[in-house]
Design a binder for this molecule. Structure first.
Ligand code: HH2
Length: 305
C-alpha cells in the first residue's frame, strides 16, 4: 500500500535544535517557507531585498502555517542551461549583510525554527551565532568550514545533491542510472558528515531538484523519491516553481512564468508527500498547507472506512 500522509508506521526523526528545542519529522511533511533576500532569485528575486519587507514576509509565511523558514541571500540558479551564466557569486560579506538584519529581527519575534541557506562556512558560523537553528547547504559540505561550523553548533544540516559548479551545472549532464547514482552520492555526503564531526542523526538529505539534472530527470527523482528512503534519513524536496514544471505542462500555451507555476508546484509537493518527503521547501506556504490539510482529512476518512 502507498504510504499515507499521516501514516503512523512511517519512520520518525527528531532533529535537535539549539536551546533544547526539537523538530519532529515523519508522517505529515513539514513546510519550509522560502525567503530569498536576493536581487536575482529565479522566482522572487528583488521582492524581499528591503529588510523591513523581508521581515513582514517572514511573519506572513509563519501566519500562513510554515513549520520553519529558510533564509537565503545568494541565488543558486544553475548556469549552462535556461539561466545562461547562472547566478552571480556573492561574497560572504555581502551575503551576511543581507541576512543579518532580517535574521535578527525575525529571531526576536519567533521561536519557529530558522534555517539559513548558504554554502559558505563563514556565513553559516555567523548565522548560527546570531540565532539560526539549522543550515541548508546546497554545496553538501563543499566548504569544510561549513562542516566545522555545524559540528561546533551541534545543529541539523540539510545536504543537497548536485554535480559540478553553479556556472556550468546544466551542461554535460550525464547519469547512467539516475536513482542509484543520486542515492550513492547522497550516501557519500552522509559519510562526509562523520569526518566533519557532525552527528549523522542531525542530517536531512535532498535530491537537489533542478541542480545538474534534465527536466525529465527532475520528474523521475520526484516520481521515485521513495527509492532514497533506504538512506535512512529524512528527505527534503525543493521543487517549488522550478523550470522543469513548465516543461512538463502540455497545454500548448506558453510556458508558465515562475510565479504562475503554483499548480505544478502543488502537484510536485503532493507527489513528494506521497513518496515520503519529510520537508517541502516552498514559496507558496498557504497553498501547500491547504493541500496537506485536505489530503490529511481525506486520508483519515479512507482509513476509517
Ligand atoms: N533550491 C533552491 C535553493 N536552495 N535548497 C535545498 N535544500 N533544496 C533545493 O531544492 C533548493 C535549495 C533554488 O530555489 P530558490 O531559493 O527559490 O531560488 P534561487 O536559488 O534562485 O534563490
Amino acid at each position: 500500500m502507498e504510504p499515507a500522509i499521516a501514516n503512523v508506521s512511517a519512520p520518525t526523526w527528531t532533529l535537535r535544535l539549539p536551546r533544547g528545542r526539537t523538530l519532529e519529522l515523519g508522517g505529515r511533511p513539514r513546510v519550509m517557507g522560502i525567503l530569498n533576500l536576493t536581487p536575482d532569485s529565479f522566482s522572487d528575486g528583488g521582492l524581499w531585498l528591503d529588510p523591513d519587507r523581508a521581515v513582514e514576509q517572514a511573519l506572513a509565511l509563519i501566519e500562513q502555517g510554515a513549520d520553519l523558514l529558510d533564509l537565503g541571500a545568494e541565488s543558486t540558479r544553475p548556469g549552462g542551461g535556461i539561466y545562461g551564466a547562472g547566478a552571480a557569486f556573492v561574497p560572504a560579506e555581502d551575503e551576511w549583510a543581507r541576512i543579518s538584519p532580517v535574521l535578527a529581527a525575525v529571531r526576536a519575534r519567533t521561536d519557529l525554527p530558522l534555517s539559513v541557506d548558504t554554502r559558505k562556512g563563514e556565513v553559516a558560523a555567523r548565522a548560527l551565532a546570531a540565532g539560526a537553528d539549522l543550515i541548508n547547504d546546497v554545496g553538501a559540505l563543499a566548504d569544510p568550514a561549513l562542516g566545522a561550523a555545524v559540528a561546533a553548533a551541534g545543529c541539523p544540516v540539510v545536504l543537497m545533491h548536485s554535480r559540478g559548479e553553479i556556472p556550468a551545472m546544466q551542461r554535460g549532464i550525464r547519469f547512467d542510472d539516475l536513482l542509484r547514482e543520486v542515492r550513492e552520492e547522497l550516501g557519500e555526503a552522509l559519510g562526509r558528515t562523520r569526518e566533519a564531526g557532525i552527528d549523522p542523526d542531525q542530517v536531512v538529505l535532498d535530491p537537489g531538484i533542478g541542480f545538474g539534472k534534465t527536466w525529465e530527470q527532475n520528474l523521475e527523482l520526484i516520481a521515485r523519491l521513495d527509492e532514497l528512503a533506504g538512506l535512512g534519513r529524512p528527505l527534503l524536496l525543493g521543487a517549488s516553481r522550478k523550470s522543469f514544471l513548465a516543461r512538463a505542462v502540455r497545454s500548448g500555451r506558453p510556458d508558465p512564468a515562475p510565479a504562475d507555476r503554483l499548480g505544478g508546484s502543488l502537484a510536485a509537493a503532493a507527489w513528494g508527500a506521497r513518496k515520503g518527503a519529510a520537508l517541502l521547501r516552498v514559496h507558496d506556504v498557504a497553498e501547500t498547507v491547504q493541500l496537506l490539510d485536505v489530503w490529511e482529512a481525506l486520508a483519515s476518512r479512507e482509513d476509517a472506512a
